[in-house]
Write a protein that binds this ligand. Structure first.
Ligand SMILES: [Zn+2]
Length: 333
């Protein structure tokens, strides 16, 4: 009997190893036809969009530019979980240079967790932008010595205007069971630890422009009826940890954010492993954090049901969004 027990730890270790190597990241091919964003599918180009991983996107009409989050440092898992960390100016500079970002009017920050807010103050200083965020988010930017003239407390329902862009923030819930709830009530000095980046309020953003509206929902959750009356042909859809939620939750989220707004094009964000440098290709979050294969299967079924296209954006490369308001202007659907 003793001999058999001696093999138990070995067997467990072998199973764990096999599990780690085979199932570390879900096998999804986002470059597949029908999934990858293809510029040649866009017949009538409108706004320009650049995706930087997580829920950092830049929207531009050639004259003005607005960005969400502005997160580029992407500290790796070890410092993230075990030590204190701070913004990485080289990584920020790299991303801004690669995407040829110069002047930005506004940085709209979803919430004060590190993977949204940790770089916003520095990025504002480099691009001349104003940071729009919760009190917690602004305290992160203050810790980076961002001038008060570049900080603006975000209030749901009070639109901000930058050239022809009009942006309205909606307070929506963070994805279920968030870490580090609470508020940051003083300037956050760095290096700081993960637990210091307290959530604060969470926001989604409706971007209105004559070239077409875009609804940006960085965190995968919904407030029932929050977007009633909102029309957005393009939705930038946060799908982080959606693979851990129930199928019913995913369907309700889709219905509230995509179906009700009349969206025809969904651009998923916050699906990538945010602990990897932007110098590397984006890959899905590891299995212990999410299951993107499950998310994708569910979303594709909903997209098919509603006649919506789901397209995954390239990183650090500007693409043109289609003008979709006039059904004749773009005949992909
Ligand atoms: Zn978060």
């Amino acid at each position: 009997m003793k001999k058999i027990y001696a093999f138990v730890p070995l067997a467990l270790a072998a199973v764990a190893l096999m599990g780690c190597s085979g199932l570390l990241r879900p096998a999804v091919d986002l470059s597949a036809p029908g999934l990858a964003y293809r510029q040649e599918e866009v017949r009538t180009p409108g706004l320009s969009l650049t995706f930087f991983g997580t829920s950092t996107v830049l929207l531009s009409d050639g004259g003005n530019a607005i960005m969400t989050d502005g997160f580029f440092s992407r500290p790796s898992w070890l410092p993230l979980l075990l030590t204190r960390f701070e913004s990485n100016e080289e990584e920020i500079g790299f991303a801004l240079r690669q995407a040829k970002v110069r002047k930005v009017d506004a940085i709209l920050v979803a919430h004060a967790h590190h993977d949204h807010a940790m770089d916003s103050g520095l990025v504002a200083q480099k691009t001349g932008a104003t940071v729009y965020g919760s009190a917690s988010t602004l305290n992160i930017a203050r810790g980076q010595n961002t001038p008060e003239s570049q900080l603006h407390l975000l209030r749901a329902g009070q639109p901000l205007v930058a050239g022809q862009f009009k942006v309205t923030a909606y307070e929506t819930p963070h994805s279920p069971e968030p870490i580090n709830v609470g508020f940051i009530d003083h300037p956050l000095h760095v290096p700081a630890k993960l637990g210091d980046y307290k959530l604060g309020e969470n926001y989604s953003f409706l971007v209105e422009h004559r070239l077409g509206n875009v609804l940006i929902v960085p965190s995968a959750n919904y407030k029932p009826n929050a977007f009633d009356g909102v029309h957005a042909p393009v939705v930038v859809l946060g799908i982080g940890v959606l693979g851990k939620q129930s199928e019913a939750f995913t369907e309700r989220y889709w219905d509230e954010v995509v179906r009700k707004t009349g969206a025809r094009l969904v651009l998923p964000v916050h699906w990538d492993d945010f602990a990897r440098s932007l110098r590397e290709p984006l890959v899905p979050l590891p299995r212990f954090a999410d299951n993107m294969a499950v998310t994708l299967e569910r979303l594709q079924a909903l997209a098919k049901r509603d006649g919506v296209a789901i397209r995954f954006l390239p990183a650090l490369r500007e693409v043109s969004l289609p003008v979709l308001d006039d059904p004749k202007a773009d005949e992909r659907h």
